[in-house]
Design a binder for this molecule. Structure first.
Ligand code: FAD
Length: 109
């Protein structure tokens, strides 16, 4: 996550090139980056571990409130499960706690 050739520039999310550009992968990146920054700021850079992308497919697609499809790993999800989790509100009800650092993206799942 540390930008190649720098000591103190880090990137997660779409700006990175470690994983798919999906919000579903950012929780793990946030957790890893927090630990890495803790170590660096405490002068323990050697403690920073390499980030290992999960490599697991996780995608939820919705078409309106009722129709949806999704996949987690090799598991094809039932449409109604995806509709329930994502289709009803498209997660627009969660940014305040997410951006405020109070909850991770998938805390409700
Ligand atoms: C149409 C669409 C559908 C998607 N659907 C899904 C999905 O179903 N599931 C999924 O997992 N992912 C989905 N994604 C991907 C997901 O939205 C991104 O992976 C995620 O938003 C990346 O988060 P981020 O914080 O890295 O970047 P962003 O959310 O893009 O945040 C970057 C922020 O930086 C700001 N910014 C840019 N330049 C500057 C600057 N110079 N100064 C200050 N601020 C700046 C931008 O305005 C933006 O707010 C979708 C993306 C799109 C476009």
């Amino acid at each position: 996550m540390r930008v190649v050739g720098t000591k103190s520039v880090w990137g997660i999310g779409d700006v990175g090139n470690l994983e798919a550009k999906q919000v579903t992968v950012t929780d793990a990146q946030i957790i890893h980056l927090s630990a890495a920054l803790d170590s660096v700021l405490a002068g323990e850079s050697a403690q920073v571990k390499e980030y290992k992308p999960s490599g697991k497919t996780m995608i939820f697609m919705t078409m309106g409130k009722k129709y949806a499809a999704g996949q987690i790993g090799e598991w094809k999800l039932w449409g109604w499960v995806v509709s329930y989790v994502k289709g009803r509100r498209l997660f627009v009800d969660t940014p305040r706690v997410y951006v405020g650092g109070k909850q991770l993206r998938h805390a409700s799942m």
